[in-house]
Design a protein around this ligand. Structure first.
Ligand code: PHE
Length: 452
């Protein structure tokens, strides 16, 4: 598709908000806090922020610039710039197809909690066994999952993204304010200070290759990087909008929300569950187990909780829409089918894959792949294997094939490139070397071959 035929965002704010709508989602509110809790608190936060201002910055600049330069989405863009690298577009395209199904399973959990809060069952959710009982059932989590992915599919099919964009323009700022409020409340709970220390003060003895890989995977996931999405967004961006300033704003927004989510959840784990390694290592269930307890202890907690889950639901929906939209448009282009057919194919495929993830917590909980349940396995494969691989090849591609200058020239169309030197060093040297080291050691670790 040529540049002329593409619709574009109205201006800088339009672009930043749309990209932030895709970036801010369950990754920030659900995934970031449980990883931070599990991987040592402060040390994870520190590594994450360092990676965000180096790797995250360089990769996001590169992806958006590739998109804006070619006016194409990932598969076409890599092919146009160098035929030998077409495989990279394809590799990137597989990732959203793996994420969408399990993302929607978690989206379904959020929908269920939202329903509990507005239908008067709010504080049952604060019971220790509530979450475990819910996800280990068969019919209920499946129904909520299908509801969530069904809504996503309908929106993608009818193309009411414009309406969603308008809603998220209001919702996003409200989410920031509410998160700030809940975070302050959490921090002020008696006994929270241990948790605040754990979250903010790095303990260097907990540093390991797995921490870095987990932080790196989270960075890509949270910023919707290394899967071609930002290339597509870049292709819609106008030439006069400052690329560097937009990237900085998206990063601040995305990291800010993740940071606040950690502030809401981690101190509360110390208050309500004693901050033991088991409590901190709860993984995917952490948000669903801890936050209801915070709301229960709060005056007006039902209302605050309901509002919170509405916002998380919308943040998740804007992200799942961008995931599904990407997969649907690839299927449309490559299989030469109509949009409706493509939506149906993606819907059926996602339901099938998502069922594995839901049942993996219930009747199939005995089934494990490399020691992981289905949902955790899909998450591991996409975040800890495929995304670093795509990021590695993207940095090689930019650093040595098209050269950093091609990107810098594109950035400079809309103003001075202030952090050009940093960009070049990261993309040429730091990114490829570090990603390979971390990837190899952590994959070996996952298979139990070698422990760092
Ligand atoms: N970045 C989103 C989040 O943090 C997840 C996502 C990934 C959305 C990739 C779109 C594409 O929740």
């Amino acid at each position: 598709m040529s540049q002329e035929k593409r619709s574009s965002f109205t201006g800088k704010i339009g672009f930043v908000l749309a990209a932030a709508g895709s970036a801010v989602g369950l990754g920030n509110i659900w995934r970031f806090p449980y990883l931070a809790a599990k991987y040592g608190g402060g040390i994870f936060l520190l590594v994450y922020i360092l990676l965000a201002v180096t790797f995250g910055f360089a990769l996001m600049i590169a992806e958006i610039a590739i998109g804006r330069k070619t006016g194409l989405s990932a598969i076409g863009a890599f092919k146009l710039l160098n035929k030998k690298f077409s495989f990279l577009g394809w590799l990137a395209a597989i990732i959203p197809a793996i994420i969408l199904p399990y993302y929607s399973v978690i989206g379904g959990w959020v929908a269920k909690y939202l329903w509990s809060f507005i239908s008067g069952g709010a504080f049952q959710t604060a019971n220790d066994t509530y979450f475990g009982n819910f996800i280990s059932q068969t019919g209920e989590p499946i129904s909520w999952f299908i509801l969530f992915i069904g809504i996503t599919a309908l929106i993608v099919l009818c193309g009411v993204e414009k309406g969603i964009e308008k809603v998220s323009k209001i919702m996003m700022p409200v989410l920031v304010v509410l998160s700030l409020f809940i975070a302050i409340y959490s921090v002020c709970l008696p006994g929270a200070s241990e948790g605040v220390k754990y979250y903010l003060l790095p303990d260097f003895s907990r540093f390991s290759a797995t921490t870095v890989l987990a932080a790196l995977g989270q960075l890509f996931y949270s910023m919707s990087l290394a899967m071609g999405i930002m290339i597509t967004y870049g292709s819609y961006m106008k030439k006069e909008v400052s690329l560097e300033a937009s990237v900085t704003q998206i990063e601040i927004f995305d990291t800010g929300i993740a940071f606040l989510a950690g502030m809401m959840i981690i101190p509360a784990v110390f208050v309500f569950s004693g901050g033991t390694p088991e409590a901190l290592g709860k993984g995917p269930s952490l948000m669903f187990v801890t936050l209801p307890k915070v709301f229960e202890s709060m005056t007006g907690g039902t209302v605050v909780g309901a509002l919170f889950f509405i916002l998380v639901f919308f943040a998740a929906l804007t992200s799942s829409i961008s995931l599904m939209e990407t997969v649907v448009s690839i299927v449309c282009d490559k299989c030469k089918v109509k949009r409706g057919v493509s939506c149906l194919i993606v819907f059926i495929f996602s339901v099938a894959l998502g069922l594995l993830s839901t049942l993996g917590y219930g009747i199939w909980s005995e089934v494990k792949i490399i020691g992981l349940q289905f949902l955790d396995f899909f998450d591991f494969i996409s975040n800890s294997v495929l995304m670093p691989v795509v990021a590695f090849f993207t940095s090689i591609f930019v650093g040595y094939v098209i050269k950093p200058k091609t990107i810098a020239d594109e950035v400079e169309i809309s103003g001075k490139f202030k952090r050009k030197a940093l960009f070049e060093v990261v993309i040429k040297y730091l990114a490829p070397v570090c990603i390979i080291l971390i990837l190899v050691s952590s994959v070996l670790d996952a298979f139990g071959i070698f422990k760092i």
